[in-house]
Design a protein around this ligand. Structure first.
Ligand SMILES: O=C(O)CCC(=O)C(=O)O
Ligand SMILES: [Fe+2]
Length: 570
């Protein structure tokens, strides 16, 4: 069941109450066919996508309702004959809204609260919940006892409780504590894109972007896949496995539900971005949030926390196990020293992952246990619309939320060569090949399990990543002064350790990967020399079409499949 319906009781009703703590402010100032695999028809794939999304989301073309406070887009100001609320904002009216928002990001709780009580325009800005989200997340270990619908309410209720306990006159704050009755403030004459656009984004139904996928973009849907076929034909191609026998028999697929997780793990703390919250609190948040970018539960220690057995000796006692088709995961040679590699993912509709490539050159599988996810992927060398990568590739700047990217760039992205899209539903598993860009959005509230791995076909990429980009290597437990995030034993030299273990356990695979690396190094050197000495032999290769990676993605490369060749060119 989608949770979007439970988002904001006030959606569609501009006069409805906004936030349960306005009384504090105004009244008393307290507080995504080959080799023997079965492939479903494109029509079938399209049906899956439409059905999943329709069931999930209701009317996709519903207009955006009025803002709960009545705030309107800036353009409306020029058609409105009444008074612009900004004219009451004193000296602030001289400044553009973007700058005002930037300034208000620097205010503390009290200043925001007080400034917000001066006029309707500033009230609209100072109650903007993203400001309160930032304030809350800045507090180390912040964890409200219960979720009060918005970041602002949750932070102010908590503070009021803290104040009362400090003055000894406290009545203990229980889960049944109810905030004071709401006060409605009409901000109908506030005209601001800075405030209105995030509301439009938070209301955007992600299912609309999963509709009408062009047949050439449709991700391949395989009913079943053997390891031999994966190794021979599919390790460079994204696909959805729809009926993997192994995954279909996972106990977690049968047993897990959002209600079940809440009932069983209510007190267990899980990582959601920068906070560790008891599951019950995250559940309350997830079921009611209207955040443009909902906080996403992404926990790498879930196996220990939930006392699960993964890939156990017997399937009777295991909670789930690796799908067989992906074969040997070469990072297993690292044992407890391998980097973080598996995560439990839980989130509401609209939550998801902005464009990125997976860490250390690894490939990944992502299994939907409950819900449905829309995926959009691009081959390694593609230039993804709206995504900017720093020269050393260490930083990906996708300044936009998932919703804003979808609203602004989805149509362009869909028409960009190399684009692959699709919906992965319950009991299905999606393969992300090494180096592929991907953005993922949940079409409904759901649960997923993901694992990063090193297949034989991509050993060279991973070795090259560890060797040539040590500062971008992530997930290994590091010693003092290190920046890793792994939970295993410390690793100072990931490349060295990986080579050492491969030498012991898989010398032939290592030798083959090293021969491949040597060929790439030699090609890179020749390319560099031709650029430096200007013989022009490579000029006609500069506009590379990335056919090798399955999609015809266009990039300014230098031939071959090495997306890192570009690194050497200043
Ligand atoms: O389910 C998702 O949000 C995608 C997760 C993902 O891309 C990842 O784990 O790298
Ligand atoms: Fe990923």
């Amino acid at each position: 069941m989608p949770l979007t319906g439970g988002l904001a009781p006030h959606l569609g009703d501009p006069t409805a109450t906004i936030d349960s703590l306005q009384t504090d402010v105004f009244e008393n100032d307290n507080g995504h066919n080959q080799a023997g695999s079965d492939i479903e028809s494109e029509q079938e794939a399209a049906d899956v996508s439409e059905n999943t999304t329709n069931t999930a989301q209701g009317d996709l073309d519903a207009p955006v309702p009025p803002h709960p406070l009545g705030i309107k887009p800036l353009g409306n100001k020029y058609l409105d004959s009444g008074i612009d609320a900004k004219t009451s904002a004193g000296l602030f009216q001289a400044l553009p809204d973007e700058l005002l928002m930037h300034m208000f990001e620097g205010l503390d709780r009290d200043s925001l609260r007080l400034l917000g009580s001066t006029c309707r325009f500033l009230y609209a800005f100072c109650t903007f919940d993203e400001l309160w989200k930032s304030l809350s997340l800045e507090i180390d270990g912040w964890k409200p006892p219960t979720w009060h619908g918005t970041w602002r309410s949750s932070l102010l209720v908590e503070r009021r409780h803290t104040r009362k306990t400090q003055t000894q006159t406290a009545t203990p704050l229980s889960d049944s504590y109810s905030p004071p009755p709401p006060v409605s403030v009409d901000c109908g004459r506030v005209f601001s894109d800075v405030l209105h656009r995030p509301f439009v984004c938070s209301y955007a139904n992600p299912a609309q972007f999963a509709r009408g996928i062009p047949p050439s973009n449709q991700i391949r849907r395989l009913t079943d896949l053997s390891y031999d076929d994966f190794a021979k034909s599919w390790s460079d191609t994204p696909f959805v496995l729809t009926a993997d026998r192994c995954v279909k028999s996972w106990p977690v697929l049968k047993n897990w539900s959002l209600d079940g997780l809440r009932d069983t793990y209510s007190k267990t703390a899980f990582r959601a971005e920068s906070v560790d919250w008891p599951y019950s609190l995250y559940d309350q948040y997830m079921r009611t949030t209207t955040d443009e970018s909902p906080l996403y539960l992404f926990d790498k220690k879930f196996v220990e926390k939930m006392e699960l057995i993964v890939d156990g000796d017997s399937r009777e006692t295991s909670s789930y196990w690796k799908p067989e088709c992906f074969g040997l995961d070469l990072f297993e040679v690292l044992g407890r020293q391998r980097p973080a590699h598996r995560w439990l993912i839980v989130g509401p509709a609209r939550s998801g992952s902005t464009f990125h490539k997976d860490p250390n050159g690894t490939s990944a599988w992502n299994a939907v246990v409950r819900g449905a996810k829309y995926w959009i992927l691009f081959p390694p060398g593609a230039a993804v619309p709206g995504v900017y990568v720093s020269a050393d590739k260490s930083e990906v700047t996708s300044p936009l939320s998932i919703a804003e990217w979808l609203l602004t760039f989805h149509a362009e992205a869909r028409a960009t060569p190399g684009c692959i899209e699709g919906v992965c539903g319950e009991g299905e598993i999606l393969h992300v090949p090494s180096g592929w860009w991907h953005l993922v959005v949940n079409l409904e509230a759901g649960i997923a399990l993901t694992q990063n791995f090193v297949p034989r076909a991509h050993l060279a990429e991973v070795l090259l990543f560890l060797r040539d980009r040590p500062e971008q290597v992530t997930g290994f437990a590091r010693g003092q002064g290190g920046h890793g995030a792994g939970s295993g034993e410390c690793v100072e030299d990931p490349y060295g350790l990986f080579v050492e273990r491969l030498t012991e356990q898989y010398p032939e695979l290592l030798a083959a990967a090293q021969a491949e690396i040597a060929r790439r190094d030699a090609r890179k050197k020749r390319t560099w020399e031709s650029v430096v000495h200007g013989d022009g032999k490579d000029d006609d290769k500069r506009q590379k079409t990335d056919e090798g990676s399955g999609g015809g993605g266009f990039t300014f490369g230098f031939g071959g499949d090495d997306d890192d060749l570009e690194d050497e060119i200043p």
